[in-house]
Design a protein around this ligand. Sequence first.
Ligand code: NI
Ligand SMILES: [Zn+2]
Length: 192
Amino acid sequence: MMCAMSEAENPIPVGPVPDDPVPDDKDWTWVLDTTCPECGFVAGEVNPTDVAGMLRENTTRWFAQLSRPDVGVRPSPQTWSPLEYGCHVRDVHVLYLERLDMMLTQDGPSYPNWDQDETAKAKRYHEADPATVAVELQAASDALAARFEQVTAEKWSRTGYRCDGAEFTIATFAQYFIHDPVHHLHDVGERG
Ligand code: NI
Ligand SMILES: [Zn+2]
């Protein structure tokens, strides 16, 4: 999750050294219990078996965002551009496939920590090629959706733990996960 909120009237082009985004120190597990006040999504009402299809549908909507003429423009100095959000969503898909595999193959694993802002800087999201990101996003989405589709009924209750101790089952992990790319379409101002 990375949800900087500020908006500016005049977009500021991304410079060679973008500012750090507003740190995201929110827990976000509350999204499982309530309507997201920002994007309106109700993750707790999602049927986990629908997540694969929702992911595939969400990914097609990112292609329009990655084709925007202002794809690399940050709406404010500390808010990611659509390009940076697209990179983030791609990497979240890759990360969640790793975590899903851990839960499917280990009993109650703890996920390694992941710093999304350090990742964004290290991988230089702001310099990425949007067309390449679209291809990589499609691949990451396809791989994760396929794995969710392979989760059989008795596996949805398997558990995993975040570094802060928050417990997930594969079912709540799926619900929690799908909010992220949906929320980020809201962040980039998709008009539905
Ligand atoms: Ni995110
Ligand atoms: Zn949301």
